[in-house]
Design a protein around this ligand. Structure first.
Ligand SMILES: NC(=O)c1ccc[n+]([C@@H]2O[C@H](COP(=O)([O-])OP(=O)(O)OC[C@H]3O[C@@H](n4cnc5c(N)ncnc54)[C@H](OP(=O)(O)O)[C@@H]3O)[C@@H](O)[C@H]2O)c1
Length: 302
């Protein structure tokens, strides 16, 4: 059985990689500060990516066939306010890891973001040039460029906003909505922020497609269809059968945020479809999820 080292396995996507891992791959995951809530079936090691020696030691001990590099300071607002703290994790550590993977001929798949784009056009393709408008997007864009220089055989998945099941340590936004709705708290959702929301199950399938196909270069990985956050909330509420769950529609302008977020960031999936992976419609994905994430019956019957 082959081994994939998953950095950031304690995070939202890392937890989902363990959950949806195909049976022919063994996962060794890394965590940094959060040991609690790790997905039980995988093995784990602690890693601080800002310490180059630790990265080297983990690669030497685990001897992975491949690395999914997911670990990051992933909050757009936190990056904006703390660039000096987040740059070494998002950029320097990524470049260090790419160098070590290149030296050892270990396959590398890195997760980037649609935030590398400025939002000035519809449906971005891989040939469109990045023009990030916030610090997180700048760091991701620089990390991509460093990887492509150091290790052009690596694959980079630019991912849209993710939804799916999660641990309590790293809940995704959907879990936060469901938690709020169960207490009958309203969720606030922008009606003017559009994304190709992607299910975590699809994201994991996409990452393993890149790995199994030996893909190199940049690939976009977004959901099959675009939604505003508000419309996505309406769809989720409908599918989870919570008709009276409160949703507050807001405009981006009404909520002060440290980082600018382009209102419209949609990813075109044609390239990854060409190597065999096509994300499913959000309605189908949410229906599958509603079978996985069981809500307390009292509320769902209201
Ligand atoms: N979630 C999304 O919607 C989304 C969308 C597009 C792209 N992405 C990208 O996908 C990747 C995974 O995102 P996510 O949502 O799973 O992020 P997340 O939940 O914030 O998890 C971040 C992970 O990085 C680890 N980490 C942070 N600093 C570290 C350090 N110094 N050394 C080692 N590990 C460190 C954390 O470990 P501890 O918690 O143990 O400290 C955690 O496991 C990221 O690269 C993110 O930018 C995510």
């Amino acid at each position: 059985m082959k081994t994939v080292l998953v950095t950031g396995a304690s995070g939202f996507l890392g937890w989902n990689v363990s959950r949806y891992c195909p049976p022919d791959w063994r996962i060794v995951g890394t965590y940094h500060l959060h040991r609690d809530g790790l997905f039980p079936k995988s093995e784990y090691v602690q890693l601080d990516l800002t310490d180059k020696n630790q990265i080297w030691r983990v690669l030497k001990n685990v001897k992975p066939d491949a690395v999914f590099h997911l670990a990051a300071c992933s909050s757009t607002n936190y990056c904006e306010e703390n660039p000096d703290e987040t740059y070494p994790v998002n950029v320097t550590a990524t470049a260090n890891l790419a160098e070590m993977c290149a030296d050892r001929h270990v396959c590398l798949v890195f997760t980037s973001s649609e935030q590398v784009f400025d939002g000035s056009r519809d449906y971005y393709s891989e040939t469109d040039l990045p023009d990030p408008r916030n610090e997180y997007g700048k760091q991701k864009s620089e990390a991509e460029a460093r990887i492509m220089t150091i290790y052009p055989e690596a694959a980079i998945a630019r991912i849209s906003v993710l939804y799916g099941p999660s641990s309590q340590v790293a809940p995704g936004f959907l879990q936060e909505w469901l938690d709020a709705w169960q207490k009958f708290f309203p969720v606030t959702a922008f009606h003017d922020e559009f994304r190709t929301f992607l299910s975590s199950a699809s994201a994991v399938e996409g990452l393993f497609t890149l790995l199994n196909q030996g893909a190199s270069g940049i690939f976009h990985l977004g959901g099959a269809n675009p939604f505003s956050r508000y419309d996505f909330a309406l769809l989720a509420r409908d599918i989870f059968q919570l008709p009276v769950a409160p949703i507050e529609s807001r405009s981006q302008r009404e909520v002060e945020m440290p980082a600018y977020r382009p209102p419209r960031l949609l990813l075109n999936n044609a390239k990854i479809a060409g190597i065999g992976f096509r994300p499913r419609h959000a309605r189908d994905e949410l229906q599958n999820l509603a079978k996985e994430i069981l809500l307390p019956p009292l509320f769902s019957e209201n």
